[in-house]
Ligand binder design. Structure first.
Ligand code: NAI
Ligand code: MG
Length: 368
């Protein structure tokens, strides 16, 4: 038997939920690239089961996720997600109906958002070169400002009242800060910045600061500093090279990571992982961007964020070598100038996808 005829060592069963807007365009592109990678490397197999859960499904059936849907999803090794949101469905309905309806029950409490300036792409920061902006933002993904606690009373009256209560539990704060220290420890610079707003928010944010100081004792090799979130925006813009791993609450890190994506060149590059670090449930991988109604169906969506998120998924599944190869191939394609309009190029989604497929075949194929 020739080596290529040997059975692949492992088959991963991935749930794909492309959902809305450009989601299907970028998820299709990522699946084509992942299949090529698996065939070319021969070290793993990858199967996809498609779920058509989307705003269209919601409009037809009244539900984003059908009864029993989460149990089906639970059988998979991981979830590859596109984006959810449609012009004719309120955003809070779509987000809570699909994305948060998966993240919260599956306890995907660590949202990991790496950002860097790719070779061949340009940061809008005048003096920032590749390598000088290389961050991982860890976002608390289970509670905080997005815990869903609160309510509205006296609707429509002049005295209408709405509460949006932030929830911070020692349990969840400690597990995310510990996860952030572990992430920082694995990176070369071993530097963690804890972001809060503990001057103005004197309860939950002070708990964060206290827990961070306690957890820091278990990681003597990690240098920790802390920032208030408002000052953090200035530091990200003015001294990007001073940061490495960053941890913040659900809301703060949501905002900071969009800023990070823009500073790295485009939101069309940035990936995100919603991890259940206990591995009791599948984790979910998605581009940071949303459904992008303005470019849907035009074939111009940048698929790089979904390629990078696919690499993050492979790494989580234990395929670190394949993950690195996928990210390297994607970066080399950007370096050659095959980039979409958001990065100043003229390539279409399909051009970038085909270029990455060719790069994988030519760099990692049998002749190499
Ligand atoms: P968005 O990320 O969809 O779009 C913001 C801007 O970035 C648009 O100009 C868009 O064309 C551009 N853009 C986004 N991804 C791109 C890509 N891959 N290539 C090139 N350009 C890209 O954010 P927006 O407009 O705030 O939200 C649109 C919808 O998406 C809303 O319904 C929102 O709720 C939803 N959304 C969903 C998310 C998710 O599913 N995780 C995340 C963010 C927004
Ligand atoms: Mg966001």
């Amino acid at each position: 038997m020739s080596p290529s005829a040997l059975p692949a060592s492992k088959t991963y069963n991935i749930a794909s939920i492309p959902a809305d807007g450009i989601g299907p365009e970028v998820v299709d592109a990522a699946i084509a690239v992942l299949k090529t990678l698996s065939e070319t490397l021969g070290s793993f197999d990858i199967d996809f089961t498609h779920y058509d859960w989307s705003s269209e499904t919601y409009k037809k059936t009244g539900k984003y996720i059908p009864d029993g849907g989460l149990e089906q999803l639970k059988k998979h090794d991981a979830i590859l997600f596109g984006a959810v949101g449609a012009p004719d469905v309120p955003d809070h309905i779509s987000l809570w109906g699909l994305r948060l309806a998966i993240c919260q029950p599956f306890q995907q409490y660590a949202n990991v958002r790496p950002t860097k300036v790719f070779r061949g792409t340009q940061s809008p920061l005048r003096n920032c070169k590749p390598g000088e902006l290389d961050w991982v933002i860890i976002r608390e993904n289970s509670e905080g400002e997005y815990a869903g606690q609160g309510g509205r009373s006296h609707r429509g009256q002049a005295w209408e009242t709405a509460t949006e209560v932030s929830i911070f539990t020692r349990h969840a704060v400690e597990r995310i800060i510990r996860f952030a220290f572990e992430t920082a420890q694995k990176r070369p610079r071993k530097l963690l910045t804890v972001v809060t707003k503990s001057n103005a928010q004197r309860n939950g944010m002070v708990l964060w600061d206290e827990v961070a100081a306690e957890v820091a004792k278990d990681f003597p090799d990690v240098t920790q500093d802390k920032m208030l979130v408002d000052a953090m925006t200035c530091r990200m813009v003015l001294q990007p090279q001073s940061l490495d791993t960053i941890v913040a609450t659900n809301l703060h890190a949501d905002i900071l990571s969009d800023l990070a994506a823009a500073l790295a060149g485009s939101i069309g590059i940035a990936p995100t992982s919603n991890l259940d670090p206990t591995r009791q449930n599948p984790s979910m991988f998605e581009p940071i961007h949303g459904s992008a109604f303005d470019i849907t169906g035009k074939g111009v969506a940048n698929p790089v964020a979904t390629f990078w998120t696919s690499a993050e998924m492979l790494e989580w599944l234990g395929e670190a070598d394949a993950a690195k190869k996928l990210l390297d191939a994607t970066e080399r394609v950007c370096e050659k100038g095959v980039v979409t309009a958001d990065l100043g190029g003229t390539a279409k989604t399909v051009d970038v996808t085909n270029a990455v497929i060719e790069e994988i075949k030519s760099s990692y194929g049998k002749s190499k």
